[in-house]
Every structure is written in structure tokens, then in C-alpha cells.
Design a protein around this ligand. Structure first.
Ligand code: NAD
Length: 443
């Protein structure tokens, strides 16, 4: 099949390359000419494991091209996926749908005949109904259907998640139950569905809600264990042992129960805020009031880490050398959007610390957001002369660092494990003071 993917960021570039991998002919579209040039040249403009290979292979096979021209996209295919950004509005928690609306308006201006637009971006419930009305009002010479197929991929596993998803969710127009949109989308994913992947069809509103509910649940699970870790910090409990113990209950499960510095990135924080804002608009703000608490627990972890480091530095970090290992919001990604690691680095710098940051993949993105921090060439370089070393993103290379080797460059052997990912005993045995976020100071 022929299809376009409009918006080629983390989601869209991955989707375009993976749809080509399934054998489709794909045209990726973005307003960012530099991004399109890079993708067309076979270079992924961000870090995502395995995506480079899939991109290069499919460009070489002639199944994948990129353009900035929506008119070309309109004549290339009859199925158009939307993967543009839906960030948080600058002045509220609500989602900013400007890019989405612009992309749809511009696309339909070029469409002739019968087309299917399939949204993948994360949107507030009610967006499809609104967009469909707008499409109907604007599209004179085309018959356009709209479906929503929310995306659940995780950065760091994006290729695998796209080619082997847990499920595929498709929402269609409830006013047209006889529409064949869901069948046409099933054709797109045929190779995936043949492997037994559940294909769940529903109305627009439910599909929109599935995505934000999934993210709200995941965020709640993380904040739940972080709230418990606040108790452990004062009561002396071991939150990791606790998570292991409650996680054995299949109704609870161990995943997403890692206490530490909390969640960040371009999805969970803005999605729970947008969900709460939408509930408020719908007059049922109380239903999701707990999401504000989830957000607050999460943001408190950043303050708690700054407090822990200050305390360990005798009350102030002024003039202290602090190494922050990690800038990406999570390992295996170069994404620094709402990154807890970078937020903490910036806070410590504001409090007078001389902060040195190292991340295996996110240095360029981090330097664009916080150009005044010092960026080191390696973990060892960041730690040189440090009064405290913080592991803020659990990259494997930090988890497996040698305490003995790092001892030779630091000024004081103080390691702060903000992700509870290190072997505390090994660090202590090597003569380090080991502090973990979520443990009492003596633990
Ligand atoms: P991103 O910022 O990496 O990519 C968005 C892209 O859209 C950018 O390249 C931008 O230039 C492009 N764009 C903006 N306006 C455009 C227009 N009018 N026409 C064409 N392109 C346009 O964002 P992302 O992380 O890929 O997220 C995109 C959407 O997918 C969001 O709604 C997000 O919530 C959702 N999502 C993201 C992930 C993820 O892990 N990143 C996972 C699931 C869902």
C-alpha cells in the first residue's frame, strides 16, 4: 500500500520507516526541512536504537522517501498518518493542537477523491469529532474519513514496539458504523496482525481516551511508588524490597514500580496535565484531581534530590563541583524534553554548584536547552574533582561504572543514586558514601 506519514519526529520517523519495513511505499512529510534532509539522506536526526538500519534499508529499497511538500503527499497516497507534535500549551496544562490543526487544514486543501486520515498523535478526547467537523466544512472536492490510531511506542524501543506492538487500537467515526476505515487500517498492519497482535476497534472518543488513560495509569504507578519512597525515607523502609514484594502480586506487577527521580520526557508529564485540563473543560475536573497529585509527587522527587545533595554537602552546594551523569529523560534515548536529570542539573547550578554533565547520547540536545552548564566528555571527565557524583539517568554504562576507578578522579567519594540502579554495597565497599533517593540517610 501507499501511505504518507505527516510529522516525522520520534513517532513519525519511526512509523514511516517501520511501515516501509512492512513492505509499504511510504512518503514522510515534515515542515522541518533540516529534519527531512537528514532523513532523506538516511540519517536519523535523533538517537533511537536500530532505527538507522531500518531507515537506510528501506530508502535503499526505494520504499521510503521524504518531502516537505504536502501537495506531493496528497497526490502520493490515499492513506495519511498524522504524527505531528501535541505539546503542552505554554500558559496552561492543556494540549496545544496548533500543529495538528495546521497539518490537517493544509493537507485537505490538496486532497481530491477519497482519502483516509489516521491520527497517531496523542490528543484530548473530543479532538476527532472537532477535526471531522472542520474537515467536512473545508473539503469540497474530496471524501475524507478520519480515524484515530493512538501510538504506544516507547523511545528506546520504538522500532520493536512499532513492529511488535502489544495491541493496535483504532477509533472510528461513531456516526458511520458502516465505514470500512478500520478494515483499511487493518490492511496497513496486516503483517503485524497475522502474528496475533490484538486489533481493537472502537469509537473515536474511546480510542482517544485509551491512550491518555494508559499514560495516566503508568504515571500514577510511578508516583505511587515514589510517594511510598517518601515514607521510606523517614521511616527507614527499603522501597526497592517493598516494590519487589508487592510486585509479586500479579494484580500489581513489578514493572513501573522503580522509585527514584520520577518520570519526564515528551509524553507522560504533558499527557497527564492535558488529560486533567480536558476533564476540567468537560466539567468533571474532580474525576482526575488525583493526576495533579501524581504530577506533584513526581516534581517533588527533583526537589528531594537537590535537597539530598545539599544536605550531603553540609547544607549548601555553593562552589561545590557536582557531576550529573545523565541528561536524557531515560536511558536509550537522547530526548531531554522535561528531563528530571537536566532539571536537577540546572537547579544545582542555580544554587551555585559547578555542575558538569555527561550523557552518552543527549549532550547536543541538553546543551541547546541549558547552554550554560558544563558538558564533559565522559563520566570520568565529569567526575574529575567532584564533591558529589549523581547518577540521574540509569544508562547501563553508569550502572556498571567501577567505583574503584572513579575514586581516582573525584575530590570526595560521594555517590548519589537518584535511580536506585547501583549496587550500593559495592560502592560502600570501595570506600564511597552511598546515598540513594528514596532511602533514609543511614540506609
Ligand atoms: P516530535 O516533536 O519529535 O515530532 C513532531 C514533528 O511534527 C516534528 O518533527 C515537527 O517538525 C512536525 N510538525 C509540526 N507541525 C507540522 C506540520 N504542520 N506538518 C508536518 N509536520 C509538522 O514529537 P513526537 O515525540 O514524535 O510526538 C508526536 C506525537 O506523538 C505527540 O502527540 C506525542 O504525544 C505522541 N507520542 C509520542 C511518543 C514518543 O515516545 N515520542 C509515543 C507515543 C505517542
Amino acid at each position: 500500500m501507499k501511505m504518507t506519514v505527516i510529522g516525522c519526529g520520534y513517532l513519525g520517523a519511526t512509523h514511516a520507516a517501520c511501515m516501509a519495513e512492512l513492505g509499504h511505499e511510504v512518503l514522510g512529510v515534515d515542515v522541518d526541512a533540516a529534519k527531512i534532509d537528514s532523513l532523506a539522506a538516511g540519517t536519523v536526526p535523533f538517537f533511537e536504537p536500530n532505527l538507522d538500519d531500518v531507515l537506510k534499508r528501506n530508502i535503499a529499497a526505494g520504499r521510503l522517501r521524504f518531502t516537505t511538500d504536502l501537495a506531493e503527499a496528497a497526490s502520493f497516497a490515499r492513506v495519511h498518518f498524522l504524527g505531528v507534535g501535541t505539546p503542552q500549551q505554554p500558559t496552561s496544562g492543556a494540549a496545544d493542537l496548533t500543529a495538528l490543526r495546521t497539518a490537517v487544514r493544509e493537507l485537505i486543501g490538496h486532497l481530491r477523491g477519497r482519502h483516509l486520515i489516521v491520527g497517531k498523535s496523542t490528543v484530548p478526547v473530543g479532538t476527532c469529532a472537532e477535526l471531522a467537523d472542520e474537515i467536512a466544512a473545508l473539503s469540497r472536492s474530496a471524501t475524507i474519513e478520519l480515524a484515530w490510531n493512538p501510538e504506544f511506542l516507547r523511545e528506546g524501543f520504538a522500532v520493536d514496539d512499532t513492529l511488535r506492538p502489544d495491541r493496535i487500537v483504532v477509533g472510528t467515526d461513531p456516526r458511520h458504523p458502516d465505514s470500512d476505515a478500520a478494515d483499511r487500517i487493518a490492511q496497513v498492519y496486516r503483517a503485524i496482525l497475522e502474528d496475533g497482535t490484538p486489533y481493537l476497534t472502537m469509537d473515536w472518543a474511546t480510542a482517544e481516551l485509551v491512550k491518555v488513560s494508559a499514560n495516566a495509569f503508568l504515571a500514577t504507578k510511578i508516583s505511587f511508588i515514589n510517594a511510598i519512597s517518601e515514607i521510606c525515607e523517614v521511616a527507614g523502609g527499603d522501597v526497592t524490597a517493598l516494590a519487589d514484594a508487592i510486585g509479586h502480586d500479579a494484580r500489581i506487577g513489578r514493572r513501573f514500580l522503580n522509585a527514584g527521580l520520577g518520570f519526564g520526557g515528551g509524553c507522560l508529564p504533558k499527557d497527564i496535565r492535558a488529560f486533567a485540563a480536558r476533564a476540567q473543560e468537560l466539567g468533571v475536573g474532580d474525576a482526575l484531581a488525583f493526576l495533579r497529585e501524581v504530577d506533584e509527587v513526581n516534581m517533588r522527587r527533583r526537589a528531594a534530590l537537590v535537597g539530598l545533595v545539599e544536605k550531603a554537602c553540609d547544607g549548601s552546594v555553593l562552589g561545590r563541583n557536582v557531576a550529573v551523569l545523565g541528561a536524557a529523560f531515560k536511558p536509550e534515548s537522547d530526548d531531554v524534553r522535561d528531563s528530571p536529570a537536566l532539571a536537577v542539573a540546572a537547579q544545582l547550578s542555580l544554587r551555585g554548584a559547578r555542575v558538569s554533565v555527561f550523557d552518552p547520547k543527549a549532550m547536543g540536545n541538553a546543551a541547546r536547552v541549558f547552554p550554560t552548564l558544563r558538558y564533559a566528555e565522559s563520566a570520568r571527565d565529569a567526575a574529575r574533582g567532584a564533591d558529589a557524583v549523581i547518577v540521574a539517568t540509569e544508562w547501563a554504562e553508569f550502572v556498571h561504572m567501577s567505583p574503584a576507578e572513579l575514586s581516582t578522579v573525584v575530590s570526595r567519594r560521594l555517590i548519589v543514586d537518584a535511580r536506585r540502579c547501583l549496587d550500593g554495597d559495592a560502592w560502600r565497599a570501595a570506600g564511597w558514601e552511598y546515598r540513594a533517593l528514596g532511602s533514609s540517610a543511614v540506609a
